[in-house]
Design a protein around this ligand. Structure first.
Ligand code: PEP
Ligand code: MG
Length: 559
């Protein structure tokens, strides 16, 4: 029995024989001196054929695996028609008189290498998309059909990585699990496996050797462990776990199609927290109803240079477009304290957590702030955007931020740049000061969002980063919860919504409390959406409201 560790990419347990995916190498003919006009026509005809095939695959994916899977093939059609890609191929055909196949192969290599070198994990994975699309165009050019993976099945299928079209063409009844030597949580195999509910492990490396083919393996897609030649005891244990998990997963999957509504009919919204555009896919896979917090600083933390307006615009636009009209709340740059981007020299401070962070830094650096606001407003034309300011303590800060937003809108209008006129401007309530003056803040904010991670830190004067303070950092402390109650009341009195996006939002033992206090929007990690929806649906708010409030305001909670 050998145990090999990879990364768990899609939860579930599978037991069966290991089968490697064998591909036939495509050979590309190369010659120069042909007729460029003819080669260009051959390329465009092959590209059009590839687009037609991709449209058919999109339809198949929609029928078999839903719209999340279909989106891949929509994107592949856009890639195949990309004008930069066509332009680069045209140049090689015309300037070097290269044949179409060789021009496609060379440009593919360039484009794939460019994606592979990107900082963003999601964009790096797109290198495989470029290859997949190009292989299809090459097959159309040469007239040699791409081989369809086939085997007797059912098997645990192993490969370096799988292209989306390969995954779609597999007979799913024959696949017990996927294992890839490369890839990441953002790779196709991972995303499609999750969409189709097939267990998967990625990035298992070369320890998974081809000579293991045909031997029995156990795949645990939750922990990322593969066991080769399991003994009887291990087999039985895992089969029992498999049955348990299947029941749990099935129950949660059913919840994906159900509304987030309490037992007494109160509508609740469960959105997600994300840090990069790539995180949108797990949001959609888990039934997230919007993005409640996009931590825009992650874009800054991952780069050695401050991201330019266009780069930021691109990232925001990608998230807004992918969410297809559902609300996306993007938090403006929240750096300082524990978050220090490599591209920024932040002054050393004695008390960084109480220093130039969040909105304070943006108001002190209007150049940075204005660039981000321009990118945000430009992206607002592509979906339903709301903007949110972090680390607020006073009304004047919000007024100053709103003024800068107004100036940016005026500037864009005068430049004829399109943007949405109705972008809501919200305030994060994560300092005791903001909570205590939330009646006044509600007059200058379109919505509130409780950041309970920082609200706990500042209310209890307890560093959230200090692991020695674990038992002192108590987000359930009545001091924190009483502030939540006050903020929810002030939001309601002023007719604005109040959501909660700190880690506390996902703690289902507090869902009853939050609902009773009047919080009706939650923003949590994608994997927490369905367990939270299950909890919400079990609560009758009208039955528990008074008891929760009494407990909180009296001495029922131990201190
Ligand atoms: C919070 O403080 O609760 C919050 C959501 O923001 P962050 O954890 O990014 O500081
Ligand atoms: Mg915070």
């Amino acid at each position: 029995m050998i145990s090999i560790q990879g990364k768990g990419a899609s939860v579930g347990i599978a037991v069966g024989p290991l089968q490697f995916l064998h591909r036939e190498e495509q050979t590309v003919e190369r010659h120069t001196g042909g007729d460029p006009y003819r080669e260009w026509l051959r390329f465009t005809a092959a590209r059009d054929q590839a687009v037609e095939e991709l449209a058919a695959l999109e339809q198949q994916a929609r029928n078999e695996a839903g719209s999340d899977a279909a989106r891949f093939f929509e994107i592949h059609q856009i890639m195949a028609r990309d004008p930069d890609y066509a332009q680069a191929i045209s140049e090689l055909i015309h300037s070097q008189r290269l044949n179409a196949e060789a021009a496609v192969a060379d440009v593919t290599e360039q484009f794939a290498a460019m994606f592979a070198a990107m900082d963003d994990a999601y964009l790096r994975e797109r290198s495989a998309d470029v290859k997949d699309v190009s292989d299809r165009i090459l097959a159309a050019l040469t007239g040699v059909e791409r081989s369809r993976p086939d085997f007797e099945g059912p098997v645990v299928l192993a490969a370096d990585d799988l292209a989306p079209s390969e995954t779609m063409q597999l007979d799913k009844r024959k696949i017990l699990a996927f294992v890839t030597t490369g890839g990441s949580g953002a790779s196709h195999t991972a995303i499609l496996a999750r969409t189709m509910g097939i267990p998967a492990i990625v990035a298992i490396g070369d320890t998974l050797r081809p000579e293991y083919e045909g031997r029995e393996v156990i795949v645990d897609g939750g922990s990322g462990t593969l066991v080769l030649d399991p003994d009887e005891a291990m087999r039985e244990r895992m089969l029992k776990r498999q049955q348990r998990q299947q029941k749990e997963v099935q129950a949660l999957r059913q919840l994906k199609a159900l509304p987030s509504v309490t037992a007494d009919g109160q509508k609740v919204q469960i959105c997600c927290n994300i840090g990069t555009p790539a995180d949108v896919y797990p949001v959609l896979e888990n039934g997230g109803e919007g993005i409640g917090l996009f931590r825009s600083e992650v874009l800054f933390l991952r780069r050695s240079q401050i991201p330019r307006e266009d780069e930021q615009f691109d990232a925001y636009k990608r998230v807004l477009s992918a969410m297809g009209g559902k609300e996306v709340v993007i938090r403006t740059l929240d750096v300082g304290a524990d978050k220090c981007p490599p591209s920024m020299v932040l002054p050393a401070e004695t008390n960084p957590a109480l220093g130039t962070r969040g909105l304070r830094l943006c108001l002190n650096r209007p150049d940075l702030f204005r660039t981000q606001l321009r990118a945000l407003y430009r992206a607002s034309a592509y979906g339903t955007l709301s903007i949110m300011f972090p680390m607020v303590t006073s009304v004047w800060e919000v007024k100053e931020a709103r003024k800068l937003c107004r100036q940016v809108r005026d500037e864009l209008r005068s430049q004829g740049v399109p943007f949405a006129e109705n972008v809501a401007l919200g305030v994060m309530i994560e300092t005791p000061s903001a909570a205590l003056v939330s009646d006044r803040l509600a007059k200058v904010a379109d919505f509130f969002c409780l950041g309970t991670n920082d609200l706990t830190q500042y209310t209890l004067a307890c560093d959230r980063q200090n692991s020695d303070l674990g038992r002192f950092y108590n987000s359930h402390h009545p001091a924190v919860l009483r502030l939540v109650k006050l903020v929810a009341e002030n939001a309601r009195a002023n007719g604005i919504r109040c959501s909660i996006c700190g880690e506390l939002a996902a703690e289902t033992d507090l869902t009853e409390t939050f609902l009773a206090l009047g919080i009706d929007q939650f923003s949590v990690a994608p994997t927490a959406v369905l367990p939270l929806r299950e909890k919400v649906r079990s609560i009758d708010v009208s039955q528990v409201r008074q008891r929760v409030v009494d407990d909180l305001m009296n001495d029922a909670i131990p201190l």
